[in-house]
Write a new protein. Sequence first.
Length: 194
Amino acid sequence: MFLSLVAGLGNPGRDYEATRHNLGWVVLDAFAKKHGLAWKPAPQFEAEVARWDLGAGRTRWLLKPLTFMNDSGRAVAALARFHKIAPEAIAVVYDDLTMELGRIKVTVTGSAGGHNGVASLLTHVGDGFARYRLGIGPKQPPQMELSDFVLGKFTSEQQLTVTRQLDTYVQGLELLLSRGSEAAMNQLNRKESK
């Protein structure tokens, strides 16, 4: 299945820029930059959108919802409806607390796993989209509030890991888009991607 919509999850505004919850945006921004794609405001979708024409009549849309994380599904669903894109043709890039920092995992089904952005997607889009999950765990200290952790900024050491991993994150996303979920799962889920 050709993945024609790639959404990166995050929160808009300067306050959220370098937070763990915005890792999906960081990776999608790096991906767009590598492929020379420009972001444009798309108020009708409550998002920023980049259009990627791949030739042979194939277009891929990159989208960053500006709805805030907990309402991400609204923006993704709006663009998907407009361009008649099925859930199976959507890939979503987001942070995952259940995996350690540096890990990448691709899945296609399952629950939201406590991630409000994914819960919103399941509500508005339905299941079946490819999930490109980026580890941000473990939560330290363990007693810290979940929201404080995901909305907190990476430590300088963690930021270094993210910076070092950025190329790997982008290459993994390219693999998912060029070869599909099955191939990406086989290669990325098995590999210790740290």
